[in-house]
Write a protein that binds this ligand. Structure first.
Ligand SMILES: [Zn+2]
Length: 161
């Protein structure tokens, strides 16, 4: 039984610690939607938005999420669909179905990231962290690393790549 039958969307920068039941928090910045489980158990349900996770449709009035939300990792094991702000209960999955979905998800992710890698060539681009960048650039400046790498760039040339 679903206790929450509709979700109001709130576009937020970051998700509040206390989730209000019946609210779908959407953070574009973090490409994530978070809500309190619609069965009413109060557990936090995180749905990352990515090519291999969830997709969000915003029609200007309400939000839909695909695919369905299966909370197999929660004690309630609830399963529902969020469509135009409405919560539609879906049937619970068997363990075999959950495992099959888990495998499909893993394969889809592996394929996706493999394709990405071969598209761009190998590169280690993680999410940028400004704190780490400032720290490392200031420490290299202290050691004179900045000037030596600048000199290398100007005079040494060929070490790049
Ligand atoms: Zn629940």
């Amino acid at each position: 039984m679903m206790r929450i039958l509709s979700l109001e969307h709130h576009f937020v920068r970051s998700v509040p610690r206390e989730l209000e039941p019946g609210v779908l928090y959407v953070s574009m910045e973090y490409a994530t939607a978070v809500h309190s489980c619609c069965c009413g158990c109060g557990e936090q349900v995180v749905t990352p938005l990515s090519p291999t996770d969830w997709k969000m449709i915003y029609d200007g009035e309400s939000v839909s999420l695909t695919p369905s939300i299966g909370n197999w990792q929660l004690p309630c094991r609830s399963h529902y669909i969020i469509k135009r702000g409405h919560v539609i209960e879906a049937e619970s999955w068997s363990t075999a179905q959950v495992q099959a979905e888990y495998r499909r998800d893993k394969e889809a992710k592996a394929r996706f990231y493999h394709d990405k890698e071969s598209e761009n060539g190998k590169q280690e681009v993680g999410p940028s962290n400004p704190e780490i960048v400032t720290e490392s650039s200031s420490s290299s400046k202290q050691k004179g690393g900045f000037w030596s790498s600048l000199a290398k760039m100007l005079f040494g040339g060929s070490s790049a790549k």
